[in-house]
Design a protein around this ligand. Structure first.
Ligand code: FE2
Ligand code: FE2
Length: 270
């Protein structure tokens, strides 16, 4: 897909200056996610190479794909009339904590959850942002590839946990991290609304609920990993555990294979 080009030939007619500022903020957030995914994947790859060179190669290719997204977004943000901006305080805190994570399973779990909320936000925005061809193309590329990154990161997580024969204590720590991140990412929807809502038009309640739902059902088909969404947290957005059942399996090898051939993937809005 490296040869895929954005068609930026038609300039965007903004509804208001606020919409333009918000669009630039929206894609700046995407840019930071790509940047961080790329760095972490490559860092882990170097260490994983010692025990599984093929897995390491997959991590490098995955990091490279995030690097490709980052370069598309650089071009795209300039097209929107913006620049790459320093991170806001909420985002900075997140990435600082994330960058400090050293254990591979912590990095991969965090990354997996970021991929999930990324794909969820892009899919919602495909429906709610004012439709324009270039914006649609950018969101479609990101949605398509991030949807593949979700099963891919689950695979990384499984392999790393299996390799390290993770102790029950460490598993418990990871489960705590899962709950903490779910709550923090739901709360981060409030910060992102202040900046990006005039562009994507997604209400806070919709976004927080979508995050809870998608982060919750992420592991429904992977109960070997032992991450079960908190009933109390789901209740804050009016969801019950049983609402998460009956969804497609997004994590299996079959799911990864379905989304690996990008030319065959059908991207749908949420
Ligand atoms: Fe990406
Ligand atoms: Fe990704």
């Amino acid at each position: 897909m490296d040869e895929e080009k954005l068609d930026l030939s038609t300039p965007i007619e903004w509804e208001s200056p606020e919409e333009q500022v918000a669009a630039i903020a929206f894609f700046n957030a995407a840019f930071r996610a790509e940047e961080s995914g790329l760095r972490q994947a490559h860092e882990i790859a170097d260490e994983v190479a010692a025990w599984d060179p093929e897995l390491a190669e997959t991590l490098r290719l995955y990091g490279d794909e995030e690097g490709w997204h980052q370069s598309l977004l650089t071009e795209f943000i300039a097209y929107l009339g913006g620049t790459i901006k320093p991170m806001g305080p909420t985002t900075r805190t997140f990435y600082k904590l994330y960058a400090r994570a050293k254990k591979h399973e912590t990095i991969v779990l965090t990354n997996l959850m970021f991929e999930t909320i990324g794909a969820t936000t892009y899919r919602l925005a495909l429906r709610t942002a004012k439709p324009r061809p270039a914006i649609r193309q950018m969101l479609t590329i990101l949605t398509r590839d991030e949807s593949f990154h979700v099963p891919l990161n689950v695979h990384f997580l499984r392999r790393i946990l299996a390799h390290e024969e993770t102790a029950p204590k460490r598993r418990r720590e990871l489960r705590r991290l899962y709950h903490l991140l779910t709550a923090s990412l739901m709360a981060s929807a409030a910060a992102s609304r202040r900046r990006a809502k005039p562009f994507d038009h997604i209400p806070f309640g919709t976004l927080a609920r979508a995050y809870a739902e998608h982060l919750g059902r992420l592991f429904l088909h992977a109960d070997d990993l032992g991450f079960t969404p908190s009933r109390a947290l789901l209740a804050t957005v009016g969801l019950r555990r049983k609402d998460l059942l009956g969804h497609d399996d997004v994590l299996s090898v079959a799911a990864a294979e379905r989304s690996a051939d990008r030319s065959a993937v059908v991207v749908s809005a949420l």
